[in-house]
Design a binder for this molecule. Sequence first.
Ligand SMILES: *[C@@H]1O[C@H](CO)[C@@H](O)[C@H](O)[C@H]1NC(C)=O
Ligand SMILES: [Cu+2]
Length: 170
Amino acid sequence: MASAQFFSILTTAAILVPSILATEFLVGDETGWDTNYDYKGWTRGKEFHVGDQLVFKYIPGAHTVNEVNGTDFQQCVASAGIKSLTSGYDIITLTTPGEKWYICGIDGHCKAGEQKLAITVLDQTVSPATPSNLATRESDEACVNAVVLSVSHILMILETLRWQLTQSTG
Ligand SMILES: *[C@@H]1O[C@H](CO)[C@@H](O)[C@H](O)[C@H]1NC(C)=O
Ligand SMILES: [Cu+2]
């Protein structure tokens, strides 16, 4: 009985820990996805990893999110991109490492309005903390520690119960 519970706890922890470690980035922070914003500046000091998510927030119809390749990014060509999103709250999960390019497909927004974002996605291994992302990494660690603590707490309770059971039957 205890071992079944033990495995279900381990499974829960195995599911929880990676999702806690993933970061969700709101592109452009309070500005969201818009023209005349410095997205290059926004990426400065940020680290993007496989499993993280980008959230593009804008008024539906006002903009689009087009994933393109490096050439189309330079030339602001959105027509034949990799994918196009239009919901106004587009969530992109970064599934592969490498460079990723996003532009707005509305005429002039990329070229004249600088509505373009280029990022480099690193693999999932946790990199050494840099001052700029130390805060998020520390809170990640706090979460992991909390999970580990509660798992060991539950195990302790189970152990106590088992001991009480053997006492009462023996
Ligand atoms: C980039 O994508 C366009 C289509 O949008 C394609 O014609 C072009 O060959 C691609 N360039 C590279 C370097 O993959
Ligand atoms: Cu736009």
